[in-house]
Design a protein around this ligand. Structure first.
Ligand code: NAG
Ligand code: NAG
Length: 898
């Protein structure tokens, strides 16, 4: 399966858009009765008869939609139950799950239905029918959490739940990937095709992924109102290059609206909002602009806050006309009413243009019932051959199965099982012991046989009914010690042996008649047991006490040492004043804790008169040295001593001496003598990351994918600490592979804060001369000189691409053309879905492609044009950890539930 999957992924990666998706589409006509092919779409539909045994098919009257799938619907009973369709999925693959609802019957006078829709246990939406003739479409984009998903209807407040169609559409690898997909599904709130030629929505085959693009001509309440005057519709028949991340259909990009008077405005309602959302805009220049013409505009939307100032210049952003530019907001908080405006800039000759938008709500994935409890219901299910169980979906959520009662914990636990008189045959499953919250167990009136399993873990148990079965064997002693038991009935079974004496106490309502082999206890035996039991008990208590105090001591010690290390690193957090660093500069004294002054003569002897050069940093040469106490160090001599260098030197020392993090190279000391300015760092045995990725000898190069991931995670944590752990935050400004060093255990540490400046406390950016290294430099920063943490993120994205590809960021010597640049190269290949082509050849065959995908995805986000679209270091760390998890999962087979 793993191999097949990989082959399949490679196949997808090679031919993303040419792939014939149709065979993988699942299209279910609910209430339908036969298979057929829809002539307008060419899609094959199947009836839901094999998937759903509840409810009944009902004819839709007066459908104004001619498709066969809307001539019937399935109506469900009005009761407290949930009704679920189960769809097979490939775990972790992304899909669109779509349900549609056409009620039809407008003239019956009955109230229109309103009910709840769930995906697994996650609340999807409330379906409310206002217009009997409208097809309501609900779409969820998911990364499949397991091998199947349940689509459940329940909880009608008026009318009866019903459904018209259910569709599953697999997506190409990284389409609709978000940093939040472990915890959130995406509920599609709006997907609009502007300038559409007809009021009908556009879908397959125009969209190979069968997304539904609503026409902006569709008449619906509160849909695209408040249109600015001067708004005109344009279209083209020329092809538009859409090979970006989401592959919107060409046909949608071939039409647009233009604000000929300089303004485009729209207002629409977003169902299930306010919420956090993912918002995409799709722009393609489809008018032929004259040589002196420009189209530049800005977005004005109160909710988008920060993004308002970004200027869109479609041709420039998309790198040409008839090409797609798709800026996105990965996480923006939006209100129920979305009202947005695009405004021409004063120096632009043409008004704003818009081809399409797509807005989705983040729907937090709800927990399912605890897996331990699931093992029990699965075991019970598998026992019954006579189809006693027809339950669907999760046992507890959104409403519990009829024979199960659950508590309201998250994840929920089962508190009561009631299976009286179901005709179940076989042994009581041993998994039962997992139900630690169970208070009532009713298994009476079945044909359970064999011995009672171990139920000693069910310490919450109060009421147990096992009467009228064929159970045998002795009554296990634990029955007498269940602390909360108040009622036990085992009548009419074939139990044998002695009754545990506690059961006969008055506190428990115990019925045991008609068990031929069962008998009471003899008193003597019992006394002996009591004495034995008591002395064992005392002994155990003593041992426990002893162990307990040992543990306590251990913990105390641990806490103390942790406190100590916290104190060390804490100095930075608590000193919130920027002025601190600069006052040191003014005084010229560096008496910070941590770093200390080292005399030049000591350094000369440590480095054997600077004889062993090991590298060259941004500011000067680096030499190997060994201090008197044996400590190995890297000694960095600052090259030039201009005023500028002076300042940087002092700043760096002041900064570095106050920062302690295990992913940052520690500063040991400094020296300032005879016009020499020297920094002394801890020596890193394995040199720079650059040496390892781009080494000449193959032996040195052997960084496997997991090692690369761990290096990336370490370095990301170092940078994250600089950005968020320091107050004020610190921007590194020169993140690159040669500034990531490796210690003897191949743990990575970020080095060289030569270019770092403390970000001023109340400014979001600091202006200064653009610095950095060619190939890693953030184009936005280069353009506007506004430095933010996101510039480091950009550079780190380049490092990630280096780790994946093993190639240098810019590479005149490698034969890739004169302006070869890793970002452009990787971006175009990844967007085509062709991640295999960028992977370092020496890794081929030894990694899991999905793990590389995860990193490639986040790397692409890091090198987005605009800083606001780039993730924070924290999100990057999560992505890398995710990739590591994926990679490791293959190596260690998943743990089996016992
Ligand atoms: C979006 O941002 C908010 C606050 O900035 C955060 O609470 C939330 O977890 C983020 N992600 C999602 C999917 O909402
Ligand atoms: C340039 C172009 O193709 N324009 C077309 C836009 O759509 C209308 C029909 O709605 C055509 O008549 C135009 O030729």
């Amino acid at each position: 399966m793993g191999f097949f999957y990989q082959v399949f992924l490679i196949f997808l990666a090679v031919a993303p858009s040419a792939l014939c998706q149709v065979t993988e589409f699942v299209s279910i006509d609910c209430g339908g009765s036969s298979n057929y092919t829809d002539p307008t779409t060419g899609l094959a539909w199947i009836p839901d008869t094999g998937l759903m045994s509840y409810g009944q098919s009902s004819k839709v009257q007066n459908p104004n939609v001619s498709s066969v799938q809307y001539s019937t619907r399935r109506d469900f009973p009005i009761d407290g139950q949930k009704y679920c369709y189960t769809l097979r999925t490939e775990e972790r693959r992304r899909y669109i799950v779509r349900t549609t609802f056409l009620y039809g019957n407008p003239d019956t006078g009955a109230t229109f239905p309103q009910f709840e829709l769930y995906l697994d246990t996650t609340k999807w939406t409330t379906v409310t029918i206002f217009d009997a003739a409208r097809v309501y479409v609900k779409e969820m984009i998911i990364r499949a959490p397991s091998e199947s998903v349940d689509v459940c209807l329940c909880c009608a407040t008026t009318g009866a739940p019903f459904i018209s169609t259910l569709e599953l559409r697999p997506l190409n690898l990284s389409m609709y990937a978000t940093n939040f997909e472990d915890k959130f599904f995406l509920e599609v709130a709006a997907r609009v095709n502007f300038g559409a030629l007809t009021p009908e929505a556009l879908r397959y085959p125009d969209d190979p992924y069968d997304r539904i693009w609503d026409s902006d001509l569709e008449k619906r309440q509160n849909f695209l109102v408040g249109v600015a005057s001067g708004t005109e519709r344009i279209n083209t028949s020329q092809n538009v290059d859409v090979s970006t991340r989401e592959y919107p259909p060409v046909k949608v990009m071939q039409t647009a609206v233009v604000g000929t008077k300089g303004l485009l405005t729209y207002r629409l309602n977003l169902e299930d909002f306010p919420s956090n959302a993912r918002a995409y805009a799709y722009f393609a220049e489809i008018e032929d602009l004259g040589p002196n013409e420009t189209r530049k505009f800005t977005l004005t939307e109160p909710d988008f806050g920060d993004y308002n100032n970004a200027v869109v210049n479609i041709v420039e952003n998309a790198n040409g006309s008839y090409r797609l530019y798709e800026p996105s907001y990965m996480n923006v908080s939006l209100a129920f009413i979305l009202s947005f405006a695009f405004q021409k800039t004063s120096d632009s000759t043409r008004g704003p243009l818009l081809n399409a938008i797509e807005i989705s709500r983040y729907a937090q994935i709800a927990s399912r019932t605890d897996v331990l409890d699931l093992t029990v219901v699965d075991a019970l299910h598998s026992m019954s051959s006579e189809n006693v169980f027809t339950d669907q979906g999760d046992p507890c959520l959104p409403v519990a199965w009829e024979w199960v009662t659950c508590n309201s914990m998250m994840p929920p636990r089962i508190t009561k099982i009631c299976l009286s008189g179901r005709g179940i045959k076989g042994m009581i499953p041993s998994e039962l012991n997992n139900l630690v919250q169970l208070t009532e167990l009713w298994l009476d009136g079945n044909s359970f046989s064999g011995k009672l399993p171990d139920m000693s873990g069910l310490t919450s148990l109060q009421i147990v009914h096992l009467e009228n079965n064929q159970l045998t064997g002795p009554l296990p002693p634990y029955l007498g010690t269940l602390p909360n038991l108040i009622e036990l009935n085992i009548e009419n079974n074939s139990f044998t042996g002695e009754i545990p004496p506690q059961l006969l106490s008055a506190k428990i309502k115990f019925k045991y008649g008609n068990n031929i082999g069962l008998h009471g206890h003899s008193r003597k035996k019992m006394q002996f047991r009591w004495i034995l039991g008591a002395s064992i008990g005392v002994f155990a208590v003593l041992i426990l006490l002893l162990l307990g105090s040992l543990l306590l001591l251990h913990n105390l010690r641990r806490r103390k040492s942790r406190q100590k290390s916290n104190d060390k690193g804490g100095s930075l957090r608590t000193s919130t004043k920027t002025s601190a660093a600069y006052s040191i500069v003014r005084d010229g004294h560096l008496r910070e804790e941590g770093s200390h002054y080292i005399a030049l003569s000591d350094l000369e002897s440590a480095t054997d008169r600077f004889s062993k050069k090991i590298g060259k940093g941004s500011f000067g040469s680096v030499y190997y040295g060994r201090m008197k106490d044996g400590k190995e160090v890297a000694v960095k001599i600052m090259a030039e001593i201009s005023n500028d260098g002076d300042q940087q030197f002092v700043t760096e020392v002041a900064l570095l001496s106050r920062i302690h993090h295990r992913n940052l190279v520690p500063l040991v000391g400094y020296c300032e003598e005879e016009h020499q300015r020297i920094l002394v760092y801890e020596y890193m045995h394995n040199g720079t990351l650059r040496d390892h990725i781009h080494a000449d000898s193959v032996k040195q190069k052997e960084l496997d994918w997991l090692t690369r991931l761990s290096i990336a995670e370490d370095a990301a944590k170092g940078l994250d600490y600089l950005h968020t752990g320091c107050n004020p935050g610190i921007i590194h400004r020169d993140v690159k592979a040669s500034n990531i060093l490796l210690d003897m255990h191949m743990r990575a540490k970020v080095s060289d804060f030569g270019l770092s400046r403390q970000a001023e406390e109340d400014l979001t950016h600091v202006s200064s001369v653009a610095r950095g290294t060619v190939g890693y430099l953030d184009p936005e920063y280069y353009g506007n000189q506004q430095l933010t943490e996101k510039s480091d993120v950009y550079s780190f994205g380049v490092v990630l691409l280096e780790l994946i590809s093993g190639r240098k960021p810019v590479s005149p010597e490698e034969d890739y053309g004169s302006d070869w640049n890793i970002v452009h190269w990787a971006r175009s290949l990844i967007r085509k879905g062709d991640v295999m082509s960028i992977v370092d050849p020496i890794l081929i065959g030894s990694f899991k492609i999905e793990s590389v995908w995860r990193v490639a995805e986040v790397a692409l986000q890091c090198v987005e044009q605009y800083g606001v679209s780039r993730p924070r270091m924290q999100e990057i760390i999560l992505a890398i950890q995710d990739a590591t998890k994926i990679e490791k999962r293959r190596r260690e087979p998943p743990e089996k539930l016992s």
